[in-house]
Ligand binder design. Structure first.
Ligand code: DGY
Length: 320
């Protein structure tokens, strides 16, 4: 069996595949691979381990319908034409649970960083701007008892809510397509409609998948309904918020601050106005970027391939 790995991944994943006697070809080029290159490399392969962000469209699935699996090394699959995968009969898997804690850590980190202006304060020292300040300056806001709103109480949203509850006793409200009582009840989390989520959240943290229903859900109309003291956090996908509208909301002080681990497009350009804003912290999509989590993601992707090539049930097959 032959496997193509679209970019450099932790060696544990490669070793696991090789231990099964598979032949593994891993692209090592430090640049984004194109769809045509993925197709060319998959022509004579049985499986694809896909850790790249290039969109795989109908073109790919039509020409690579012979693949027994496309195993993503990501939780998100908005870059994959799942309907086409289904039409051409190619199973697609993700690594759904491997990155929950690490990604929630980054959401929590952004919440703290923005609430205390920590990132921009540190940048000021780099610019040699640490000088006299009045006791009324450099003030952040505290999180104790403030309300956390979660948009998308899935596994990552749950981890974020759990931390916020434990550390700061934050009441939790959430909005999903439908209530998740079994999970929410353990946190006393209250299900609310979207407008109430906007109106009542002191910190609003986004954890939903990017779909046609969620794309740019956080736009001018949404930001206008939020508190002027609110902090907006997005560690899910940049496409969930409208960036010009977010910039406008921050400029007009319709919200207080924002912490983003995801942008649209990625990478963000260095002259983006968000990078110069005092209450904003932007990170380069590092939600899952820890040694432990990236190893777990590579391992899970490899296990999905082994299952598919052995004719077994694929543990993390995407079914929607
Ligand atoms: C995911 O797995 O979807 C993450 O965003 C990638 O780090």
């Amino acid at each position: 069996m032959k496997i193509f790995v679209s970019t450099k991944i932790p060696q544990v994943g490669i070793e696991l595949l090789k231990s099964r006697g598979y032949s593994v070809t891993a692209n090592q080029e430090r640049r984004r691979i194109s769809e045509d290159e993925v197709i060319a490399n998959c022509k004579d392969k049985d499986a694809l381990l896909y850790a790249s962000s290039t969109r795989l469209t109908e073109k790919f699935f039509k020409q690579c319908a012979h693949l027994k699996i496309v195993a993503l090394m990501s939780a998100g699959y908005d870059h994959i034409a799942i309907d086409m995968a289904r039409r051409y009969g190619v199973p697609v898997s993700n690594v759904s649970d491997a990155l929950n804690k690490a990604t929630a850590d980054v959401a929590f980190l952004l919440m703290l960083t923005v609430s205390r202006n920590a990132f921009q304060s540190s940048q000021r020292i780099n610019r040699n701007e640490w000088s006299f300040s009045f006791p009324t300056e450099n003030l952040g806001v505290e999180l104790y008892g403030k309300t956390l709103g979660v948009f998308g109480l899935g596994s990552i949203g749950y981890e974020m809510a759990k931390k916020a509850r434990m550390m700061y006793d934050m009441p939790i409200i959430y909005h999903n397509r439908s209530p998740r009582h079994s999970v929410a009840d353990t946190l006393d989390a209250r299900y609310v409609d979207f407008d109430t989520l906007l109106e009542e959240s002191d910190v609003l943290s986004v954890h939903a998948n990017l779909t046609d229903q969620t794309r740019e859900r956080f736009n001018r109309a949404a930001f206008r309904k939020m508190k002027p003291t609110a902090i907006f956090i997005n560690t899910a996908r940049g496409g969930l918020h409208n960036e010009p509208d977010l910039i406008e909301a921050l400029n007009k002080k319709e919200i207080w601050g924002a912490g983003l681990d995801v942008t649209n497009p990625e990478p963000m350009q260095a002259d983006n106005p968000l990078l110069a804003m005092p209450n904003v912290c932007v990170l380069p999509h590092i939600g899952s970027a820890t040694v432990e989590t990236r190893n777990a993601m590579a391992n899970t992707a490899a296990r999905n391939i082994i299952a598919a090539l052995s004719g077994e049930k694929i543990p993390h097959q995407i079914t929607d």
